[in-house]
Design a protein around this ligand. Structure first.
Ligand SMILES: NC(=O)c1ccc[n+]([C@@H]2O[C@H](COP(=O)([O-])OP(=O)(O)OC[C@H]3O[C@@H](n4cnc5c(N)ncnc54)[C@H](OP(=O)(O)O)[C@@H]3O)[C@@H](O)[C@H]2O)c1
Length: 257
């Protein structure tokens, strides 16, 4: 991946990151902005998104700005709840109206939900997890993929942030595991649907990452994966050669935490 301030690899591109206000989504947004894209930051809490936008502005980015003069800075903030179809459709309309293109969609927003055995999980908790981690990705792809398909001739990326819990059993986290196993199946299937449109749909499955997402008792935080490690995997995907397709990354820490 080569990048210079005058010619960053994603110059002129537009990226959307859901859940960009903190944790992994924030790190991904910073990295995509650093690589030169105009990054649209989505989430429910405007204040957190504004903080990510300020960090992007401080970092200076590297966007050439061509065609993006209407929006100041290297990012925009849009409140969006991925569980609400109207909210996601409003996001898509804004992007189409403002940029007329979308190159990268990172479906990162996700929640862990209540722990405990499945037979004690309330239907409301089940719905919250599945509606965010799986239905939310469906809503984003449904609303935003058409704009990516219309960007004819360009390469697009949809990157879904899943988990190693989408590859393994997760006792006391069955709803979360089901949402991520579902997300993996969705990703592999949509990848086949969209590859003819030059859109590569890939999934990153990290192990435990040191964020506010959930406590990791007994683990050495310094040895754990960091949000920036997941962002680095996203950077690898969006800067790969155009004729190849790294469709899945399983991400583990180098040393056991
Ligand atoms: N941390 C880990 O150990 C780990 C491991 C593997 C995979 N992951 C996955 O990585 C992703 C990010 O996790 P993280 O560790 O960064 O978690 P986090 O620090 O809790 O951040 C989650 C982000 O998602 C947003 N979000 C939650 N519900 C939303 C909704 N309905 N609509 C829009 N945005 C929403 C939150 O913003 P608002 O609350 O402001 O909306 C927040 O920005 C998740 O999909 C998670 O499953 C995490």
């Amino acid at each position: 991946m080569t990048s210079t301030a005058s010619n960053p690899p994603l110059a002129g591109q537009v990226a959307v990151v859901t859940g960009a206000g903190r944790g992994i989504g924030r790190a991904i947004a910073l990295t995509l902005a650093e690589l030169g894209s105009h990054t649209v930051l989505c989430g429910r809490s405007r204040e957190a998104l504004e903080q990510t936008a300020a960090a992007i502005q401080r970092s200076g980015g590297g966007n050439s700005g061509r065609g993006l003069e209407k929006v100041a800075g290297k990012s925009s903030v849009i409140e969006c709840d991925v569980t609400d179809l109207q909210s996601v459709e409003a996001l898509a309309e804004h992007i189409e109206r403002t940029f007329h293109r979308l190159d990268i969609l990172v479906n990162n927003a996700g929640i862990g939900g209540a722990g405990g055995p499945l037979h004690q999980l309330s239907p409301d908790d089940w719905d919250r997890v599945l509606n965010t981690n799986l239905r939310g990705v469906y809503y984003c792809i449904r609303s935003l993929a058409p704009l990516m398909i219309n960007s004819k001739g360009r390469n697009g990326h949809i990157i879904n942030i899943s988990s190693l819990a989408g590859k393994n059993a997760l006792p006391n986290g069955a709803a979360y595991a089901a949402s991520k196993w579902g997300l993996n199946g969705l990703t592999y299937s949509v990848a086949e649907e969209l590859r003819a449109h030059n859109i590569r749909v890939s999934v990153i499955c990290p192990g435990s990452v040191h964020t506010e997402f959930s406590p990791h008792p007994g683990k050495n935080a310094e040895k754990m994966l960091q949000a920036a490690d997941v962002a680095h995997a996203v950077a690898m995907i969006v800067t790969q050669a155009p004729q190849s397709f790294a469709s899945e990354i399983l991400l583990r820490p180098t040393q056991k935490p």
